[in-house]
Design a protein around this ligand. Structure first.
Ligand SMILES: [Zn+2]
Length: 131
């Protein structure tokens, strides 16, 4: 099925409303998710063009970072949102919890995941997967 003007307009509206390529493909019918994404690219509609709240130029700098900017969920989905905790570490865009997650070192990561790393190293590579 081709891209009529009406279908392209509907694609544009749904995309801007935050629907996923999968949702749009289902809605339009006769196109795959890949075809929808291809069309979105050709139309110059990117994922980045969605979900970005316009920031008024006259807003003071401090007001922009007063809530946690940690993204939660898949940016391609409608339930995507930011943490928006009001307790933000000074000079950082995240709340203390998400600062810890964002700025932890590889060493810390290894300590926290030691068990999984050991299992990976110690496990047999023959038939050892998926158990
Ligand atoms: Zn947070």
């Amino acid at each position: 099925m081709g891209w009529t003007e009406a279908r392209v307009a509907r694609l544009r509206d749904l995309w801007k409303a935050g629907y996923t390529a999968r949702d749009i493909a289902d809605d339009l019918g006769g196109v795959s998710r890949g075809a929808v994404l291809g069309k979105v690219n050709r139309l110059g509609l990117s994922v980045q063009s969605r979900f970005r709240k316009p920031i008024p130029c006259n807003e003071p700098e401090s007001a922009r970072t007063k809530s946690c900017q940690w993204p939660i969920g898949d940016p391609g989905r409608r339930d995507f949102h930011f943490c928006e905790s009001e307790t933000v570490v000074p000079g950082k865009p995240y709340c203390p919890d998400h600062c810890a997650a964002a700025y932890r070192t590889p060493q810390q990561w290894r300590e926290e995941n030691a068990e999984a790393v050991d299992r990976f190293k110690g496990g047999s590579t023959v038939g050892g997967w998926g158990r």
